[in-house]
Design a protein around this ligand. Structure first.
Ligand code: ADP
Ligand code: ASP
Ligand code: MG
Length: 412
């Protein structure tokens, strides 16, 4: 039997009614003759609640226990989904990550998938089971501990299963009906794309468009998984949603094809460090040892042999970053005057493969922001994206102004 992977995100399994609706949708695919692997998220809001409890009890928590707690939301939905399917006379059972087992490395809270043995689930399909419901987001470390794959990780579970089982397609059911030029929740002119290239989707995801987790797009690209994003709230045809495809499959595209934002950014400045070889290495090694995801980096012009080093990282890693930098200072390896954290910033980015061949995008972006009176704090660019760090209160304005200026509401 051909295998289909269907993933349902938090809002698509938010309550029993939604679970029943999703189960009906699964029933449609079973009736077409598929063996279906369903990946479920926790009910919406559940993971945030669990993370909140961990933070309250232990701000600099043990990541192994964080994973033990936050992985639990998915277990509930997996069992409920299997029960709902059974009530519809569809043979189904649930699997937690460790039961598959979905094997990961030991990087707790951001684990990478190493292997997904297929024999266990395939044997059940062979015995007449039609749907394997798997708890997303979780796996098993080499030490036998429960791991999680990072926020939004059920998308990655889904794509990894699609690759392991050689599925015909991986359908990501969510609360919007596809991938848009920007988040439709903050820009009403956002336009749904029928297709988007892996490269652009990868950039949009990594720059904050949470509709797909970045790792899921990477995996789909590497294993050539046919990946589709669609809504679980509407009746769906076979052409619904957005397909993520190879660049060659897209005939024409705008120079800029999307705008992404990330609210969850902090800017940290190590004030007055010596301007000599090795200082950046000390700072960023210390941060990396502590597992801080440093994104943008700027070093100021030096003045009398001293300079400031500014970087950005996720807001929830500021406390850890401070701890790491304080430790190197106390060890006498680094001398600085002060550590300043600005947690009221956001990152806004424009993305498009057309930027490879067309210049002037950065100039236009900066002009648009300046016309809106928005000050740019940090800039980074790559071949197909430009990102700026700005005050968070201007984030939505910046997204809307850029969407207008690059005319993303109009197709190429
Ligand atoms: P799920 O719970 O189904 O995994 P997520 O909340 O993780 O859903 O992702 C879906 C959300 O992603 C949408 O509700 C939307 O607000 C947001 N989003 C951000 N950027 C985009 C985009 N470019 N296209 C579509 N959705 C986007
Ligand atoms: N429940 C997890 C989260 O909220 C994983 C997921 O939904 O993809 O991040
Ligand atoms: Mg998600």
């Amino acid at each position: 039997m051909p295998v289909l992977v269907m993933k349902f995100g938090g809002t698509s399994v938010a309550n029993l009614d939604r679970i029943r609706r999703a189960a009906k949708r699964i029933g449609v695919e079973v009736a077409k003759g598929y063996d279906v692997i369903v990946i479920v998220s926790a009910m919406s809001g559940k993971t945030n609640e669990l993370v909140g409890w961990v933070d309250e009890i232990s701000p600099l928590y043990d990541a192994r226990e964080y994973d033990a707690v936050v992985s639990s939301g998915e277990n509930v939905t997996a069992g409920l989904m299997a029960l709902t399917l059974q009530e519809m006379d569809i043979p189904a059972r649930s699997w937690q990550g460790w039961q598959v087992p979905l094997l990961t490395d030991g990087a707790h809270s951001a684990a990478r998938i190493l292997d997904i043995p297929t024999d266990n689930i395939n044997q059940k399909f062979g015995e007449g089971m039609k749907v394997a419901v798997v708890a997303g987001f979780q796996g098993l470390s080499p030490e036998g501990r429960i791991t999680t794959l990072g926020r939004g990780g059920s998308d990655t579970t889904a794509v990894a299963f699609a690759a392991a089982f050689d599925a015909e397609r991986c359908d990501i059911y969510t609360d919007v009906d596809g991938v848009y030029t920007t988040d439709p929740r903050i820009c009403e002119k956002a336009r749904k794309l029928d297709k988007i290239s892996f490269e652009e989707m990868l950039e949009l995801a990594s720059l904050g468009a949470k509709v797909l987790q970045t790792r899921s797009v990477e995996l789909a690209m590497r294993y050539k998984v046919k990946l589709r994003v669609l809504s679980s709230f509407e009746e769906q045809s076979d052409e619904a949603g957005t397909l993520v495809v190879d660049e060659e499959e897209i005939m024409e595209s705008n120079v800029v094809s999307g705008v992404a934002y990330s609210r969850d950014e902090a800017k940290m400045t190590v004030v007055s460090v010596a301007d000599r070889p090795g200082i950046a290495a000390i700072i960023f090694n210390a941060l990396s040892d502590e597992g801080i995801n440093v994104d943008m980096i700027v070093q100021n012009i030096s003045d009398e042999g001293r300079t400031d080093m500014t970087f950005s990282c996720p807001t929830n890693q500021v406390a850890r970053a401070e701890k790491a930098l304080l430790a190197v200072k106390e060890r006498g390896d680094l001398n600085y005057a002060e550590l300043v954290a600005d947690t009221d910033v956001a990152k806004v980015s424009v993305v498009g493969i057309g930027m490879r061949s067309q210049s002037g995008v950065a100039a236009k972006m900066f002009k648009v922001l300046s016309d809106e009176g928005i000050n740019i704090k940090v800039i980074t660019t790559s071949e197909i994206k430009i990102s700026v760090l700005i005050d968070r209160k201007y984030m939505e304005l910046a997204v809307q102004a850029l969407h207008d200026a690059f005319e993303l509401d109009k197709a190429a």
